[in-house]
Design a protein around this ligand. Sequence first.
Ligand code: MG
Length: 258
Amino acid sequence: MKPLSHDVDAVMIDLDGVVYEGDALIEGAEAAVRALRAQGLKLLFLTNNSARNAREIAEKLGRLGLAASPAEVLSTCDFAPVALRDAGLGLREGVFVVGSPSLRAGLDAAGLRRCEGPEAELVLVAMDTTFCYQTLDAALQPLRRGAHLWACNLDGAFPAGPGRWAPGCGALVGALTAASGRAVDRVLGKPSPAYGEAALARLAVPPHRAVMLGDTWAADIVMAQSLGITPVLIGPRSAHPEVASSPSLAHWVSSQLR
Ligand SMILES: [Mg+2]
């Protein structure tokens, strides 16, 4: 088999369920990433995480023993301000944010207006571990008045530790769509092609020279397929039945570089 680096220039790697589960690295992940680096491949950790920015995620990876720079990480927390500015939203009445302090800080740094009143022009839903009935009530008001509804992702749950899953951003989106009777106008993270295009731009490679490694068919694989990026389903930790026979990151990398 040809070395992987002859066919591709860049590898996009999902994090939750591929590199780590909660605060534990998945066995072999660090060595696998090191092996990809040794091939001279460009790496981007592409995550739907909406609570943490690239710097925070790179720090977490470092704490877990996997060295990565913030420039090698793209999260929906980082992408949301870019997408809002590109769409010309969040500049007038402001954005109602259901999300983390890091997301709010990112919007502020990008010069976007935030608004917690019913006059908000857009409701942005991200991971918010303080989400409660009062949040739902307040976010419902702008939606009733016609505000746009954007979601950082629709992931209902994510692996939070060995054998444990935690409710994700999609669960909060579900509460808001149920309350408002509205559909989501835009999903920012995977499987959105715009997110994959942002990743390709960061890596400065064309889609046919990139691989996407992920454990969620509806997010990672669908996005890659829509752009012509080679998708690789990583398993078997995901609950998705189709991944029961898929390799771990470590097994896939070793099979490619053998
Ligand atoms: Mg995942």
